[in-house]
Write a protein that binds this ligand. Structure first.
Ligand code: ZN
Ligand code: FE
Length: 256
């Protein structure tokens, strides 16, 4: 346990660069490539050789460094077969539940459509690390650019089913504004009030608010909490199907 190292750093305005390193097998994977030069610099500083890129989806702020980094390092690019035509330089196509052997670790691809139809998350075992791209943010979820609320709702259920002590890394640092929205829909949630306060002080100290445990997200993220009475009541949807509350929460966030 705890064999893998995750190096998190800022790219572009609010994207995260993420390097997953296996010191035993000397494998290094970049989760997405928001900025090739910044990632190249971090690899150089850490003295690591890039061996893989795992892409979460095709958006312009997640793939722009793919080809440059592949050219310089000969790394293997892994992504969803659903995005085979949209991810530059893709080599290995995976689908839901497929496992990629990364040294002695296993990286399972979870198809989590909603933000885009090809969006995926990567779950790393045995360390229980989840990379969510733009599907799940701390206290938030991705905008529905291609998928329906129903699809995104199913994707949220898939994430919810993972172990509580899973450590979550996301594609963007959106946590502070997400916390403000979460407090708007569920002001009486004590765990949320505490996490919001923690996030405010982290951001004041210019520190990142991620990773975060799945247990914390289940207690604070309104998009994982459509079973919350308080949120259902906010939308006048008590006792109705949870998907309705999820859908209403997503719609309100779009205007927030
Ligand atoms: Zn995106
Ligand atoms: Fe993004």
């Amino acid at each position: 346990m705890g064999e893998l190292l995750v190096h998190q750093f800022r790219c572009r305005a609010d994207n995260f660069g993420l390097l997953l390193y296996d010191p035993v097998a000397k494998l290094c994977a970049s989760i997405d490539t928001p900025d090739g030069e910044t990632i190249w610099h971090e690899l150089d500083t850490k003295g690591r050789q890039l061996t893989h890129i795992f892409n979460t989806h095709h958006h312009y702020d997640h793939v722009p460094g793919n080809e440059m980094l592949k050219e310089r390092t000969g790394c293997t690019i892994v992504g969803s077969k659903n995005d085979a035509k949209r991810i530059p330089g893709i080599d290995e196509l995976m689908e839901d539940g497929d496992i990629y052997e990364f040294g002695a670790n296993k990286i399972t691809m979870l198809e989590t459509p909603g933000h885009t139809l090809g969006s995926v998350c990567y779950f790393v075992e045995p360390d229980k690390i989840l990379f969510t791209g733009d599907t799940l943010f701390s206290m938030g979820c991705g905008r529905l650019f291609e998928g329906s609320a129903e699809l995104m709702w199913q994707s949220m259920q898939k994430i919810r089913a993972l172990p509580d002590d899973t450590q979550i890394y996301c594609g963007h640092e959106y946590t502070l504004s997400n916390a403000e929205f979460a407090l708007e829909v569920e002001p009486d949630n004590l765990a949320l009030q505490q996490r919001a306060e923690e996030v405010r002080s982290l951001r004041r100290a210019r520190k990142d608010t991620l990773p975060v445990s799945l247990a914390t997200e289940k207690a604070t993220n309104p998009f994982l909490r459509s079973d919350s009475r308080e949120i259902q009541k906010k939308f006048g949807l008590e006792g109705q199907a949870e998907i309705k509350t999820f859908s209403a929460t997503r719609a309100l966030k779009d205007q927030f």
